[in-house]
Design a protein around this ligand. Structure first.
Ligand SMILES: C[S@@+](CC[C@H](N)C(=O)[O-])C[C@H]1O[C@@H](n2cnc3c(N)ncnc32)[C@H](O)[C@@H]1O
Length: 148
């Protein structure tokens, strides 16, 4: 079975190329805007009352041919693709938790951009610490990664 998703908007950021882009939203102070298409605008009501949101999107410039063993940006060793956030994946889905700075109609402004300009947006969800924060006991290769 296959599933087909249609973007609900587009993300605009100052990041024009993957090289040198921030590796994670939590490490980025770059601002971006989300332009939600008019037919979905009513679904944004109340979102501005959340300080952080999940953006789910397509790594549209990741290219074909996902490899199942990759060296993630922060390490020099090979790891299983699904143990990483590497962008080239069988389903090239990206996930960033960003700080929502405002909503102007169907346009959102946020801080924490780590995605390229023009990235197609698939979904938005509120970040709710009670559901989403865990005290973890293990962080795999990230704990003794090569790069800070
Ligand atoms: C390691 S990924 C992490 C993204 C997201 N926070 C996640 O965990 O899914 C971030 C990198 O993906 C690349 N990237 C960002 N947006 C992209 C896009 N639309 N297409 C292809 N590569 C992208 C950039 O090189 C960026 O540094």
């Amino acid at each position: 079975m296959e599933y087909c998703f249609k973007p609900i908007g587009v993300i605009h950021t100052p990041i024009l190329e993957p090289q040198g882009a921030p590796i994670q939203a939590a490490r980025s102070e770059l601002t971006g805007t989300v332009e939600v298409f008019p037919e979905y605008a009513a679904g944004l009501e109340g979102l501005e009352d959340f300080s952080h949101v999940y953006l789910l999107y397509v790594f549209h410039r990741a290219g074909p041919g996902a490899e199942l063993q990759v060296k993630p940006f922060l390490d020099d060793r090979l790891h299983g693709l699904f143990a990483t956030r590497y962008p080239r994946r069988p389903n090239p889905l990206g996930l960033s938790i960003v700080r929502l700075e405002g909503r102007q109609g169907s346009r959102l402004t946020f801080r924490g951009a780590d995605m390229l300009d023009g990235t197609p947006l698939l979904d938005i969800k509120p970040y709710i610490p009670e559901f989403d924060v865990f005290s973890v006991s293990q962080q795999g290769w990230y704990q003794d990664r090569a790069h800070p």
